[in-house]
Design a protein around this ligand. Sequence first.
Ligand SMILES: [Zn+2]
Length: 129
Amino acid sequence: MADDQHNLPSPYSTGLAGRCPRCGEGKLFDGFLKVRPRCSACGLDFSFADSADGPAVFIMLIAGFAVLGSALYVEIAYEPPIWVHMMIWLPLAVIVCLALLRPMKGLAVSLQYANKAQEGRLDKSEPER
Ligand SMILES: [Zn+2]
């Protein structure tokens, strides 16, 4: 294990905050979901970051459980007309998904770094060449 792995900030706090997984200072994102090429504070190359569909799967599970569960509860408890369901749950599902996307992607990238999960290279702490 490389030395820089010992004093890493928690991948959960850096990931959820959208910070660099190595220094916890630099920003991870450039825009809403685009990962920066490298950390502005410590220069860590973010090319290892490839969360693919991982965050989307968790968000679908979390948002689906929360929103559908709430909708079922309201239907059983209050039996509102269908337009009330549409007015509440469709926007809420979109809001919940969008709100979770960035923290979950940051968490996925941070956990990738902390666990050295990457295709092709075993040691990503050294530049590829
Ligand atoms: Zn950094």
